[in-house]
Ligand binder design. Structure first.
Ligand SMILES: O=c1ccn([C@@H]2O[C@H](COP(=O)(O)O)[C@@H](O)[C@H]2O)c(=O)[nH]1
Length: 309
């Protein structure tokens, strides 16, 4: 799967993923109206609206991009109906041959991590049958519990040829409260980055490891250091767009082969029609606005990478 990600990035010239983080207040009125007419103002109605909204964005962008990153929290808030919309979205993205990075940020003691890994990346056994429950291709994982919280994910990834992205330096403003704390003179995020490289050596694809890292676009200098600490790991880079990251901030997240990073934008793409720049599309054509925002993001990153060649 890591080679498929690299190959699709090469083919599309788009080292990006579209973040499928639906919120009801992003969903255009015509979609909400139809879903509520059918299911009422219920959790089912919300889930139907989310699904129709996602489908529109996927249909309008799938040929331009290698991957998507659905954020499970946005679905989970609507309970079981929301999780059904999450699963429907994952399956539809697979139908469109997109790589799905489940942003689920799991991680616990070993036995519990094993269950999370089974549910999101592996297969669960029920009597004589097995089922891939959520079936994402990659999942984000929290490393706070250490090696025994990570190992079960790697075991499932080996069986399934899937991967994980481990939180190393997150994009949010207060990520430094813990992640930048010095331990023996070095920030915690560097120690975690070293562990990612070590864990990753145990599950290599052809060129890149199945064990990647999350490093925010909002911390470009730290990204530059971490790129060198984890040369064989793909970096999932959130923080582009709505959080302020730009193409020029991202050049050092990439390796010299032009690979090694996949940049996420969620609100900046899925709610593009609400921005002044894309307002001409109107809410009826929200998906066309998302497509235009994807094209602009690809051009921005491509321009920045070419400028340093
Ligand atoms: O460090 C992190 C880790 C994860 N995220 C997630 O990425 C998206 C960002 O959404 P935008 O709308 O593009 O800001 C969201 O799902 C976060 O939970 C992150 O932002 N930073």
């Amino acid at each position: 799967m890591i080679q498929k990600l690299a190959d699709k990035i090469k083919k599309t010239h788009a080292p990006i993923c579209v973040g499928l983080d639906p919120m009801l207040n992003y969903i255009p009125e015509h979609i909400l109206k139809k879903a509520f007419a059918e299911y009422g103002e219920t959790l089912e109605g919300a889930a139907e609206a989310i699904w129709q909204y996602n489908k529109g964005i996927i249909d309008a962008t799938y040929d331009l991009i290698p991957s998507v990153k659905p954020q499970i929290a946005m679905y989970e808030q609507f309970g079981i109906e929301g999780l059904k919309a999450f699963k429907k979205t994952v399956d539809y993205c697979h139908e469109k041959d997109l790589i799905v990075i489940g942003d689920v940020k799991r991680g616990d003691i070993g036995s519990t991590s094993a269950a999370y890994a089974t549910g999101h990346l592996g297969k669960v056994t029920v009597g004589s049958k097995t089922y891939a429950a959520f079936d994402e291709d990659f999942a984000t994982v929290n490393p706070y519990l250490g090696t025994d919280g990570i190992k079960p994910f790697i075991d499932v990834c080996k069986e399934e040829k899937k991967g994980i992205f481990i939180l190393v330096k997150t994009s949010n403003p207060s990520s430094g409260e813990f992640q930048d704390r010095l331990i023996d003179g070095r920030p915690l995020y560097e120690w975690v980055g070293e562990k990612v490289a070590e864990w990753g050596a145990d599950h290599m694809g052809d060129t890149y490891s199945y064990v990647g890292a999350v490093v925010g676009a909002t911390y470009p200098e730290m990204g530059k250091v971490l790129r060198k600490v984890m040369p064989k790991s793909f970096i999932l880079v959130p923080g582009y767009g709505a959080q302020g990251g730009k193409g020029a901030d991202l050049v050092h997240f990439f390796n010299e082969d032009g690979l090694g990073a996949v940049v996420n934008s969620s609100r900046g793409i899925i709610a593009a029609y609400k921005q002044e720049k894309y307002a001409k599309f109107g809410s009826e054509n929200y998906a066309d606005a998302s497509r235009a925002a994807v094209e602009d993001m690809i051009a921005d990153i491509d321009g920045a990478l070419n400028a340093v060649k």
